[in-house]
Design a protein around this ligand. Structure first.
Ligand SMILES: NC(=O)c1ccc[n+]([C@@H]2O[C@H](COP(=O)([O-])OP(=O)(O)OC[C@H]3O[C@@H](n4cnc5c(N)ncnc54)[C@H](OP(=O)(O)O)[C@@H]3O)[C@@H](O)[C@H]2O)c1
Length: 321
């Protein structure tokens, strides 16, 4: 089958590590099923995998990709929940210390077929296209959990979302607007800031800009480049939710600001299978849909990876195998 995969990682030049070609069909074990992938979306995680982050040599070659929507063996339309919990784990899958995402230990979704535990399938609502549904399992689910489970933000609050153009950030903009929040965003690029306003943000600011007032919560995926600004943007007692560190993961901790203003710094990772089901239903009941930057055939995946690597993206990149 056709797949986008990595055989030898490259820390300095991730695109040089990307291979698009034939890989063996999956051979699902007990309790696992093969999904016929109709659409799969790209995440920054896939670029990190090409660099070898979280992907040691002994697991290679590895098919990339966390997200997919497709058909199960009975022909049902499904969305794949990418968090693979260890055998016997009960409860919130994201808290399982032995969990992995597709493409970390098990072959990923940027392929014509992917094998997953049968419990990781969520029904795809007919109202969502396969391309839209394929955007939900990582970026949208992460934004959902950051906002609705972790941030404590209530309708009427103001939230700051850093890095407007990203997959998680663009999802958070749509979800926060739908939830009745005042939505402020930053972007390195004025045009992406304008796109964010068209998408639902109330106001867009340059990265690092002084804000008109302090905010109740910040959603952070950019990391070092925006961390200080995120902490400075919060009102006393406010909450910073962090789920990513694209620009680097070792910023100044700003401890005196954290304790003096009694800020909450909260980590967040992916979401549960149940949250993915709720997110899909939320899209149906509200009519909101993922912002898709472009849809490409899987054979042209290199174009999508290059766009994400250069940061020239607004929303999600989707591949159809
Ligand atoms: N913990 C989890 O479960 C989880 C889940 C999903 C994603 N993540 C992480 O969250 C991060 C975002 O993922 P994504 O898929 O949304 O990535 P993405 O689509 O590539 O978005 C990254 C965004 O970061 C912004 N950015 C601002 N300053 C930057 C800088 N100096 N360098 C690079 N980017 C900068 C950019 O927005 P502007 O250009 O508009 O400023 C860019 O669009 C990644 O680090 C990813 O690994 C974690």
């Amino acid at each position: 089958m056709l797949a986008a995969y990595v055989e030898e990682t490259n820390a300095d030049d991730p695109l040089a590590a990307l291979q698009i070609g034939e890989r063996p069909d999956p051979e699902p074990g007990d309790g696992w099923v093969t999904v016929d992938v109709r659409a799969a979306s790209l995440n920054h995680h896939d670029l990190f995998s090409l660099r070898g982050v979280g992907l040691p040599d002994e697991r290679l070659p590895m098919i990339l990709g966390c997200d997919a929507a497709g058909l199960d063996p009975d022909g049902n339309e499904v969305i794949v929940h990418s968090v693979i919990a260890s055998d016997g784990w009960r409860g919130d899958e994201t808290l399982d210390p032995k969990r992995s995402l597709l493409s970390e230990k098990h072959q990923g979704s940027l392929a014509q077929k992917v094998a997953v535990p049968s419990g990781n399938l969520v029904p795809k609502p007919a109202e969502l296209s396969f391309e839209e549904a394929a955007c939900l399992p990582t970026a949208w689910l992460t934004a959902y959990r950051m906002l609705f489970v972790k941030s404590g933000a209530k309708p009427g609050d103001t939230i700051l979302i850093q890095g407007a153009g990203g997959g998680v950030a663009s999802a958070a903009i749509v979800l926060a607007r739908q939830a009745g929040l005042r939505v402020w965003v930053t972007s390195r690029d004025a045009a992406r800031g304008e796109r964010a306003v068209e998408l639902g943000a109330h106001e867009a600011f340059e990265s690092g800009a002084r804000l008109p007032e302090r905010v109740d919560a910040v959603l952070e995926t950019v990391g070092e480049a925006t961390w200080k600004h995120s902490l400075r943007a919060l009102r006393p007692g406010g909450t910073l939710v962090v789920s990513g560190a694209t620009s680097g993961g070792d910023p100044s901790a700003e401890l005196s600001r954290v304790f003096f203003l009694q800020l909450n710094v909260v980590g967040s990772t992916m979401g549960t299978r149940d949250e993915l089901g709720r997110l899909a239903r939320l899209c149906v009941t509200t009519g909101i849909r993922p912002e898709i930057d472009r849809v490409l055939p899987l054979s042209d995946a290199r174009e999508g990876f290059a766009a994400m690597s250069s940061g020239d993206v607004f929303g999600k990149i989707v591949f159809t195998p």
